[in-house]
Design a protein around this ligand. Sequence first.
Ligand SMILES: Nc1ncnc2c1ncn2[C@@H]1O[C@H](COP(=O)(O)OP(=O)(O)O)[C@@H](O)[C@H]1O
Ligand SMILES: [Mg+2]
Length: 338
Amino acid sequence: MSSLLAFHNVSKSYRVNDALVPALHDINLSVSQGEIYGVIGHSGAGKSTLIRLINLLERPTSGSIWVDGQNLMELNDQALRDMRRKIGMIFQHFNLLSSKTVAQNIAFPLEIAKCYTADEIKRRVGALMDRVGLGDQAHKYPAQLSGGQKQRVGIARALANEPRVLLCDEATSALDPQTTQSVLRLLNEINVDLKLTIVLITHEMNVIRSLCDHVAVLDGGRVMEEGKVSDVFLHPQHETSRRFVYESEAWDESTIAAAFAHVKGKLVRLTFRGDKTYEPVLSSAMREHDIEFYIVSGRIDKIKNVPYGQLVISLNGKQIDEALAYFRAREIRVEEMR
Ligand SMILES: Nc1ncnc2c1ncn2[C@@H]1O[C@H](COP(=O)(O)OP(=O)(O)O)[C@@H](O)[C@H]1O
Ligand SMILES: [Mg+2]
């Protein structure tokens, strides 16, 4: 897949009074055409700064940003205006115009683009409302809508000019968990149906896990770790990533050995991915080798649409090494914890 968006050695400092306050340090990342790319970080990590650099609300202090093969730093005013239209954005607090109806909010970017007839606008707004499931809400005002509906209007408005990339700044952070899921499903549908590249920033690992293909972990304005979501989620390398992953977990990797000090046998963590998750590997290992096991902790879930399982088991018996080799031969990742 080709790169649609790239940061090359991008740094950004804000001028506050007479001082330069750094917000991003030497960021390098590359987003492929058609993927959903997540950036996760705590408050103050630099996420909004990063996204504002993409939609040209801020300029980097150094480095270059490329969208669709064009260096944003080198665009003239007209080219910048054209590029802005190719970049759609949705926000945590929706940013709808309260005096305009749903249909008028969605029509707004089409009207200011000045390249559509009134008929075209009407037709496109109708299609966009259907796309986001608001076909029957055209004449309501934002105050009459739920949070999830407001975000759907935001999404329709962001799609109006057929952008090349959709930026989402904490788009589900103001929504309850159920509404969050329905908005994430809609974003996923849009990504699949329109092959639209999405960059989203969030402080929630669950948003990354259910939606994204790649993730960058941002802390103190630096990318700490970057990679496929399944790799970062199942085997986080950096302390910041670990904290995000284990926030939602009962047992943190570093405390497992201590938490299960009273458990006899060899403690190992097995990670299954894809179809392996549903194969009876443990019971067949027990049948073929002299071992017994019991499960100490575990989870079975999905990362985007791929199932995975991660189990900590206690192994006992005479053929533990053989059993571990048996797991490894079946592409199960084995980590010996104690
Ligand atoms: N307009 C600004 N002027 C000065 N400092 C800013 C400005 N915007 C953000 N910052 C600072 O940059 C850092 C990163 O902020 P931000 O990008 O908003 O992080 P996040 O979105 O991850 O919470 C913070 O230290 C913040 O105080
Ligand atoms: Mg922010």
